[in-house]
Design a protein around this ligand. Structure first.
Ligand code: DC
Length: 664
């Protein structure tokens, strides 16, 4: 059953996207990059011999390219699973097309195919009405300057004589696709190409992507910076057929990754990583991290972990402008005013005016947004359900669907427009929804003072990519507030009230209480001496236990250290560890930490605090029935971390006798 109730995925009616309850825990595989596929289709077509393209994402845009290439004599076979293409390249043996080539709504097809007609010296290129309105004149002019005879400045465009020249200047400030188009055909120009770029270039990662694909197919491309602008030289080498693996689409990846930040939990995109050719692969680090999510990027994957709370940001998306609608959705969720700059050029070059469109549709759902000279500004806030217009623009549909994932539903008009690049988008959303968990994955670490909980918990959190919560620091923060307010420790009601009133913010390595950064102050002896009394107060415990549950639930999980995590806060924790060590060893460790010389006195103080923590009435420190007990007296930190990580991943090996953990 589809959770996104409403029209079927292929209908043109509206589709309602309902909020996801819980947090995400998903690994997704996405279709191949449209941008790379359409580039590789050109280089494969212009290569001599048979090229295999794997990992391809077939979509309306790539089908338009395949169809047009067949009219100039390049046959492409599509494997039954539709992810592998076999392209029979013809090199210079391109045929004059008998019919018009149709780029449909595909900007890359329109731009990349025109210089191919320039190689042949004949043929007409047309496209969907939307594509006819998109700019082509800069490219037509460049081909004319190179000796081709080109009739028309926007589709349909007819070519009646081939490229003969080898040197041209082009304005790089309108669309990088014009540059990519000329470069892709250039190895087959009679004398190669010397291309001078003028104006402030936009979307430069796409030019780098083009050059990387060309080089994979054997082209020789040199770049140099001159006073007149950047000059790119392409040698007339032709291309060689190869086997080529297409990366997953990084622009598409922004939707599931942003979903992790918006909903909370984690989403991992496989096959896309730090070596990506796509500029948009940096979206997680450039946008989601500043907004408060965490990103883990390695060679083979990008993973985002979020807590559903987004900070407002100002970003320049000039070199990743396809992500602007995704940013609009995120900004709608952020707690304040966000803005994007550097994207004025997308108002005329893309499927729709995504600046005006994003602003209009945000306003339509009740989120304040305005168009700026070079981007837009959004004041995040509560949205209402309304039918979001999508302007036959796949990215508008996919991005605005994200808004409905929290807070309340949104309705997306013409949901099937996602087929332009990602026909499986609505299934992906269902897949994400199916992973939603309402109970967080908790690794509880309890134990007495000085047993090594903090060191171990921090290291484990890093290793397991989970957030870390030191609940002792929360009790210390309330104690600090109590002492600061001059409340007597015996005045139980007032101590309890201080906890109710305290505004505690737990961030990585930082504790803030009532607006004051108390990270260091809560470790002072005065706080340590009073904390066990404050922590025994039932009202204090009620408030903090609630806060701890909410904290971890919003994040989809955490490594949480304390005294009562496995017994009271998260009795259903996935793994409970009770960490212990001899009093002498714990005193020695604390002494080393604090610089205190009198170990015997330290041991006495620790024993007293243990006694208070173990004998208090509410949620005393004790070993949960199903906890794994680890005595770290003679163990190194690495040993303990390794042991717990192993149990988390594989379950307990039973060596704990009666006390096996109850993991899943
Ligand atoms: O771990 P720590 O020393 O920072 O903890 C400070 C005090 O807070 C400790 O004496 C007991 C109390 N505490 C608690 O009662 N429950 C928890 N979950 C964590 C700490």
């Amino acid at each position: 059953m589809s959770h996104d109730a409403g029209a079927p995925a292929n209908g043109t009616a509206a589709r309602i996207v309902e909020p996801i309850r819980g947090t995400l825990d998903a690994e997704v595989t996405l279709p191949g990059s449209k941008s790379i596929t359409n580039r590789a289709l050109i280089t494969a077509a212009l290569a001599e011999g048979v090229t295999t393209l794997s990992g391809v994402g077939l979509s309306d845009d790539t089908r338009a390219m395949i169809g047009a290439l067949s009219l100039v004599g390049v046959e492409t076979e599509i494997a039954p699973d539709e992810t592998t293409l076999t392209v029979h390249g013809v090199g210079k043996g391109l045929r004059s097309p008998e019919r018009e080539l149709d780029a449909n709504m595909s900007g890359t097809s329109a731009r990349f195919l025109l210089p191919v007609l320039g190689l042949i010296g004949s043929g007409t290129l047309t496209g969907h009405e939307q594509m006819r309105a998109r700019p082509m004149a800069t490219l037509c002019q460049a081909l004319t300057d190179l000796g081709a005879v080109v009739d028309g400045e926007s589709l349909p465009i007819a070519v009646s004589a081939p490229v003969t020249g080898d040197s041209v200047s082009i304005d790089a400030s309108v669309s990088s696709q014009f540059i990519s188009a000329l470069l892709l055909a250039a190895p087959l120009f009679p004398n190669g190409l010397k291309l001078t770029l003028t104006g402030t270039p936009v979307s430069t990662p796409y030019v780098s992507m083009t050059i990387a694909v060309m080089e994979s197919f054997g082209a020789s491309v040199q770049g140099e910076d001159r006073d007149s602008g950047q000059v790119i030289t392409v040698s007339p080498t032709g291309y060689s057929a190869i086997e080529y693996e297409v990366e997953p689409d990084a622009s598409t990846a922004t939707y599931p990754l942003a979903a992790a930040a918006i909903v909370g939990g984690r989403v991992r995109v496989n096959g896309l990583g730090s070596n990506s050719l796509q500029g948009d692969a940096a979206f997680a680090e450039r946008v989601l991290v500043p907004m408060g999510a965490r990103a883990f990027v390695d060679e083979g994957s990008i993973e985002v972990r979020g807590n559903g709370l987004l900070d407002p940001v100002g970003v320049d998306l000039g070199d990743m402008s396809d992500t602007a609608p995704t940013f609009a959705a995120l900004a709608a969720k952020a707690d304040g005013v966000s803005s994007v700059t550097g994207i004025g050029f997308i108002r005329t070059t893309k499927e729709s005016d995504r600046v005006q469109g994003s602003v209009d549709e945000l306003n339509r759902i009740g989120v304040a947004a305005t168009v700026d000279e070079d981007g837009f500004t959004v004041t995040g806030g509560v949205h209402q359900n309304a039918t979001v217009q999508t302007y036959e623009d796949h990215r508008m549909a996919m991005a605005f669907a994200l808004v409905g994932l929290t807070g309340g539903p949104v309705t997306i008009h013409d949901p099937s427009c996602v087929g332009k690049t990602f026909p499986g988008f609505w299934e992906l959303l269902d897949e994400l929804r199916a992973t939603a968990r309402t109970t967080p994955r908790v690794l509880a670490i309890d134990g007495p003072a000085g047993s090594g909980k903090s060191t171990i918990a921090k290291r484990l959190a890093e290793r397991l990519r989970l957030p870390h919560l030191d609940t002792g620091a929360m009790y210390r923060a309330v104690t600090y507030a109590v002492l600061k307010a001059g409340v007597h420790l015996d005045a139980a009601d007032q101590v309890g009230q201080a906890a109710v009133d305290a505004e505690i913010i737990m961030r990585a390595n930082t504790v803030v209480v009532n607006g004051e950064n108390v990270t260091t102050a809560i470790r002072e002896a005065e706080v340590t001496a009073a904390v066990s009394v404050v922590a025994a107060n039932p009202e204090v415990r009620r408030v903090l236990v609630d806060a701890q549950r909410a904290w971890a639930t919003r994040r989809g999980g955490a490594v949480i250290e304390g005294r009562d995590i496995g017994t009271a806060v998260f009795p259903d924790a996935e793994l409970k560890v009770y960490l212990n060590a001899s009093v002498e060893e714990r005193a020695r460790r604390r002494a080393a930490e604090t610089g205190e010389g009198d170990i015997a006195a330290m041991a006495k103080a620790i024993a007293e605090r243990d006694h208070l923590d173990m004998t208090r009435e509410t949620d005393p420190l004790m070993v949960a029935d199903d906890a794994v007990e680890i005595d770290s007296t003679a163990m190194t930190v690495d040993d303990v971390v390794g042991r717990v990580a192993d149990i988390w991943a594989h379950g307990d090996d039973g060596q704990q006798g009666q006390q096996g953990q109850q993991g899943q």
